[in-house]
Ligand binder design. Sequence first.
Ligand code: SAH
Ligand code: SF4
Ligand code: F3S
Length: 482
Amino acid sequence: MNDINDINVTAKDIYSQAPLREPERQLYFIERCREFVLKIRPEGKPLMLVNTFGCQMNAHDSEKLKGMLFEMGYGEAKGESEADFIIYNTCCVRENAENKVYGNLGQLKHLKREKKRLKIALCGCMMQQETVIATIKEKYSYVDLVFGTHNLYKLPELLFAAFISDEPVYEIKTKHGEIVENLPSVRNFKYKASVNIMYGCDNFCSYCIVPYVRGRERSRKPEDILNEIKGLVKDGVKEVCLLGQNVNSYGKGLSERVSFGKLLRMVNDVEGLERIRFMTSHPKDLSDELIFAMRDCEKVCKHIHLPFQAGNDEILRKMNRHYTKEQYIALTERLKANVPGVAITTDIMVGFPGEYDVDDTVDIIKRVRFSGAFTFIYSKRVGTPAAKMDNMPEEGLVKENFNRVLEVLNPIIAEINAEKRGKTYKVLAEGISGHDKSLLTGRLEDNTLIHFKGNTDSIGNTVSVKVTDSKTFYLLGEQEEI
Ligand code: SAH
Ligand code: SF4
Ligand code: F3S
């Protein structure tokens, strides 16, 4: 067991010597944590596990958490039972995301009882809600450390506090502070990387909790983004995905206003980079400037994720989405006309208050012909305007409508994939396929997943792959000129 008394210098001294500026302060606490971490397991490196729930934003945040933990001297555990530190990076976008966290957390109680040195931390979106904090204090009091989205970069300082305290440490900030750059991070994938271009969201779609838990929209400076990308390319990265809740409104609030279209052109000029993706686009802010940047920039993948949520104008109005069904369809037509072969994917929600049928949703699906979609059943989020709306359609009807959406959607996706049979596409070979170890896996420029017979020496390169067969959600193929 580690103990503050093992450490020569007192906690008070440590805090008084800590730099006030970031990231220096956290780098300093990484070193202080390391002194504890190295004593956890006399027989070797202690192990940590980061369990991520939710979207790409959270997945990317977890890369930052891991990067900091590795710097402290932790190794990575394969499972919870062997870990000395477990952190859940949580999501609250739908109720089932929260239930998953509570379910897993309940299991940890036994582990904590068996292994006294185990530290458990919770962070991320779910922790920004007061009701959740109250529940954790009451029912999961064995959690050692809790923090939110606005102070994720403070993991080293907060973990240090947890090391020296017998009491659980909670730090939830209701407002975001500065954007802290240049902290350690790792990558989940070798050849592709996510890059935040902005944080937060100002759209307040009436069903959505994200603006409340991620705070106001703020953009990173273009030079910070470009420097990060150049560093990634030097490190072997071929593909970046620019992340934001609404990338199309990038640049608001920067001293020198740079639009998203302009940013794409700047990233396109980074030498050695091969592919640029971005997520997510809000239809209301999709400008011609962006469409033209997609058309002109050879590295920008001809794929756009453009959630429409629902087709009915009255529902869209109640969702606070700021577009109509016909405006959305017109937008996709402009995209198709200007960016030949563009693949459009989307998010669809079924069962919003007042939505008794999905005729308009089905109409959009048929007319746009999406090459992929995430489909969700509406989940009431306390604190959002939609939570107070009545006319909730009953569960049976929602399920029926949801199935109807899938029945129209999936055959279209399958058809679009089938059209690719016999053709050859550029694929970034990302690694060995998880499904079949004799195959490689990668994605087409339009984001379609493909498993293919290929040469393992090609991993990390863009290769030509002929599509031999197609399934609803992926393709099969063979690399040409092995
Ligand atoms: N910022 C992105 C996506 C954020 S959340 C965007 O605006 O497109 C990802 C998806 O979760 C949303 O597009 C929406 O379809 C879904 N979602 C958000 N809140 C939800 C809720 N309360 N119930 C069900 N699905 C929800
Ligand atoms: Fe949520 Fe809407 Fe913001 Fe997306 S744009 S995160 S759906 S509020
Ligand atoms: Fe993402 Fe879930 Fe938060 S979808 S932004 S992790 S609420």
